[in-house]
Design a protein around this ligand. Structure first.
Ligand code: DX5
Ligand code: ZN
Length: 216
């Protein structure tokens, strides 16, 4: 499975519904970035917004990426909102196992996200419990940044860890994915490829189809 998950962060904020409608028939997953102005230097959306998206687009899997300090405080809000996938940053809390279990008990796919400079070895104890790992390949906070090339090796090493350990979690990659590099990132081992500016700058459908073409 190789899926492109458009990230709403780069969509036209005053016309979000029509931007999503443009691509809804060609995607399965929609990525939503939640920023608290503390863990990352930006503010975005909240749980009521996630709920509104799920109500309007129930057929899309809503993949919520929490870039917040103290994720334990907001995870219940997003479970209540009816999201499908929920990830929090490994760097933002000590309670990885507890929070992964809480998300899974809510019937939601649980993910751990890692900043570009966070080593994979810190994931080790959590690997039996994650449904997916979200590898950031830009410093989180903003769309439209350049892909950090060291991410390619990190994706490949995580794929090896999955094989060696006999795990089945998905590898999601987020940041700087464009037409020029999406194939290399997929070949390195990404299963889910988040693309914000590469989809939503210009015509979202045309951009999405170009990206899909690269994955054929
Ligand atoms: C970065 C976010 C990303 C962002 C990616 O903090 O987590 O999801 O939308 O944007 P692009 O694809 O433009 O790098
Ligand atoms: Zn994201």
């Amino acid at each position: 499975m190789k899926e492109i998950a458009p990230s709403l962060l780069s969509a036209d904020l005053l016309n979000l519904a029509s931007s999503i409608e443009r691509v809804r028939d060609r995607i399965k997953i929609l990525h939503l970035d939640i920023m608290d102005g503390h863990f990352v230097p930006n503010l975005t959306f909240g749980p009521f917004f996630a709920e509104a998206i799920k109500e309007k687009f129930p057929g899309l899997r809503l993949d919520v990426h929490l870039m917040v300090s103290r994720p334990e405080e907001v995870i219940p809000w997003f479970l209540e909102a009816g999201v499908d996938w929920l990830s929090f940053h490994l760097e933002a809390t000590f309670h990885h196992h507890r929070l992964l279990m809480k998300i899974k008990e809510g019937g939601v796919k649980a993910g751990l996200a890692l900043n570009p400079s966070t080593p994979l070895c810190l994931l080790g104890p959590s690997l039996p419990y994650v449904d997916f790992v979200l590898l950031l390949t830009v410093n989180p906070g903003f769309g439209g940044q350049a892909f950090i090339e060291e991410g390619l090796g990190k994706i490949a090493r995580l794929r090896e860890m999955r094989e060696t350990g006999g795990y089945s979690f998905l590898i999601e990659v987020d940041g700087g994915i464009k037409r020029e590099n999406i194939r290399r990132i997929a070949e390195a081992g990404a299963d889910v490829l988040v693309a914000g500016s590469a989809v939503f700058s210009g015509d979202p459908l045309r951009n999405l189809l170009y990206l899909k073409e690269e994955l054929k």
